[in-house]
Every structure is written in structure tokens, then in C-alpha cells.
Design a protein around this ligand. Sequence first.
Ligand code: NDP
Ligand code: 2IT
Length: 445
Amino acid sequence: MSNPYLCSVLETVKRRYPGESEFHQAVTEVLESLVPVIERNKDLQEAAILERIVEPERQIIFRVPWVDDKGKVQVNRGMRIEYNSALGPYKGGLRFHPSVNTSIIKFLGFEQIFKNSLTGLMMGGGKGGADFDPKGKSDNEVMRFCQSFMTELQRHIDADTDVPAGDIGVGAREIGYMFGQYRRIRNVWHGVLTGKGLDYGGSLVRTEATGYGCVYFCDEMLKDKKTSFEGKTVVISGSGNVAIYAVEKAQQLGGKVVALSDSNGYIYDPDGIKLDIVKRLKEVERKRIGEYVKEVKTAKYTEGKGIWTIPCDIALPCATQNELDGNDAKTLVKNGVIAVAEGANMPSTPDAVKVFLEAKTSFGPGKAANAGGVATSGLEMAQNSQRLAWSFEEVDRKLHAIMVNIHDSAKAAAEEYGTPGNLVNGANIAGFVKVANVMKSNGVI
Ligand code: NDP
Ligand code: 2IT
């Protein structure tokens, strides 16, 4: 990085949080994008905006004890990083996955600040989770875990303070159990979580929102290239919430989705993925994606990594961080990929991002391309405050408008600051400027 001030901010982060590689990666990318902003606006340095924005406002780490079905006491580690509340209540998901640690939750919370700012809604940034693995647990075990987790978390959150939602390993079932426990302990009924069931305050389109939003964003990038999803071959990684609804919208727009994956392997269906089968396997039966080939004989399952070797026009990484590296990116480019939009958070490594940008592949970074989920959470909060529920069409129309707006503001910021077409810089800058302005107006806090 060329700017000594930004270098010193990054050094402080690394010294204060040694070994937190995902967190360092996310901060480095944002700071690199901000070089021209800092050089043009000296007042940001005087107000120490960067030193303040990289340090979370509050970090809560807690023990989560629970009893499994065999009567054995289990202990997990829960956390919530309340990162930045300049634009509104802390907002961001909860991740339940054995890999969860402070580096991963801080990287996600940091990204969330800029993502939420890009939505144009009034939401600060936060993230939380636990190193709990819902896989293979009974519903009762998941319920007891969620109740124990919320018994501690409830003292830190509120509808106007911090509003968690889902992420990896946290879907409608987990949100339901956590909402129930919150209501029981606090004796209030309000929209303290988003992603709720439709019969208790959830919003239509929230389930679909991240996947749909990612495809809407990608469609805007394709329009800039005077093309569309129609007739394109699409590869989507993951087979969870984001991936499933990215498939649905890509298919609605005329794309042919040929592959999906999970952490064990990937399926390839040259005739196009049959989404009704995937939804049943994943959403109802909670099975592995490999089971698909038992029902669709023309499809093939391959153990391990390798989904990015499948030739495609459009790639949508929708699984997890750093799932697509420099070599994968080179393979995709060699095979003629024209657009990559990140449904997951930080799925492309820095090397991969470099390859895409150099090859002039249209590249939509996660904090812009996957903002549809949190944006629709913002719409859920608005409906809860009004005590009203909007129609599917109305929420979808608002989501679409937000995604178009995010694309256009990232594109405009990239141009304004001298890197036209670079939506990584554009998203980081457009997201940052709003938060920085509020932090300046609100004084040193
Ligand atoms: P789900 O838990 O529904 O699905 C996650 C999917 O990713 C599964 O197919 C899972 O496979 C796969 N996956 C998870 N970890 C790994 C890993 N280490 N290696 C390979 N595959 C892995 O989560 P979501 O679909 O909600 O989340 C997917 C991504 O989207 C995450 O990066 C999340 O942060 C991001 N995101 C989610 C939003 C939302 O609204 N849900 C909003 C914005 C971003 P397996 O079953 O084998 O673990
Ligand atoms: O990464 C994300 O934006 C999410 N997991 C969704 C957060 C939210 O509050 O809906």
C-alpha cells in the first residue's frame, strides 16, 4: 500500500489482533481502495476516521453451555461484534459453524459496515455466531443450543440497538428458536431478529433476497456489457440459502445453471439443475448435495474441490470465504467467464480478485453483490416498526431497486476516484464515504 498513514492503520490492526488472517485480509482490501479518498480529503486523517472505523465499538464473547441428547454437557463459544453504529442499530447475521472464531466474525462485521451503508438504509454493522455445528444435531439439540446462546445474547441486543439475522448454519429454524427465547426472557415482542417466519413478523422475499439480489446485481454488470443471463451457462458454488435462490433467479432470467457444491464435493448437471429436487434435499431433508445424482442419472458428483474447472459464462461463488483462489480464477478466465458476482462474503482470495480485474472480467464484490439479504432485513425491520406486511411484489421491487442503486453508486465512485470499472474500489469507497461523514458530524466517539 502506497499511503504511509493507511499503512500505519493496518500495522496497528495487525499488532492488536495478531494471527487474525481473514480480518487482516478484509481490512487490507478496504484500506487499499481508500488511498485516493484519504489523499483527497485530509480532514479524514485529522479526525482519525480510519483508526476508529477499524476498531469495533464493542466485542462480546460468551460461554454457551447446553446438554446434548445423550445427557452430556457441551460447551461452545458465542460472540457478537458490534462494529459500527454510525448509520443505525448494529445489523448483521449470526454464523453457526465449527470454524467460527474472532477473525472470521470481525472480518464479516467489518465488511457489514460498508455493505449496510451501500443499501441506503439506516443500519450499522455487526456480526456474531458460535463454533457450534448444527450438522447432524437433532432439532431438540439445536433448540437447546439456540436457547442457551440467546439467554446470554439477549442482554446485548434490542430492536433499536442490535438486530441479528441468519448466515451460514442459521436459517428459519434457528431464528425461530432464538426469537422464542428472546421473547420469553425479555417479555417484549418486537423485530429484534430478521429472517423470522412469515407468521411471526418475517418479510416476504427475505428467504430469497440474497440469491435474488446477487443475480440482480450481476444482471446490471451484464447490461454494461450489453448482454444478459439469457442462454448463459452459470456455475454456482454452495447449496445453502444463498446458492438455492441464486439458482432460482438465474433460471428465471434464462440462465442455465449446471453446477452446485457443498464442503464435500460438487454436482454437474449438463441439462441444468432441477431446483425442486435441490430444495427438497437441502431445505426439507437436510441432506448432502451429492444425493442429487441418485435422483438425476445424467448428473455427476465429484468429491472435493474443483467446481471452478467447469466451463461457464457466469460464476457466482455462494459458499464461504476464500473458496476461489488465484488458480481457480485463471481457469475461469481461460474458460471464458465474463462475469463473477459474489453471493458469499469474501469468497475470492486477493489473488483471484486481481486475476478477474486484470482480465476485465466483470467482478461484483460480496459487500455489494450480496447486500440484498441485509437490505431485505432492513425492509423487514421497517415492516415490523409499522406493524404491517408488504406484498411479495412490493418487497421484490424495492430489493431490485436497491441492487441497481448499489451497482450504480459503486460504478460511479470507481469512476470518480480514477479506477473506472473496478467495483471493488467503487463499493468500498461508496460504502465508506457515508459512514465517514456521519462519524465526522457526530464528533469523537
Ligand atoms: P448456508 O448455511 O445456508 O449454506 C452454506 C453453504 O456453503 C453450504 O452449501 C455449505 O456446505 C457451504 N459451505 C460452508 N462452509 C464451507 C466451507 N468451509 N467449504 C465449502 N463449502 C462450505 O449459508 P448461506 O447460504 O446463508 O451463506 C453462504 C454465504 O453467503 C456465506 O458466505 C454467508 O456469509 C453469505 N451471505 C449470506 C446471507 C444470507 O442472507 N444468508 C447474506 C449475505 C451473505 P456444507 O453444508 O458442506 O457446510
Ligand atoms: O452477510 C450478510 O449480509 C448476512 N448474513 C445477512 C445479514 C442480515 O442482517 O440480514
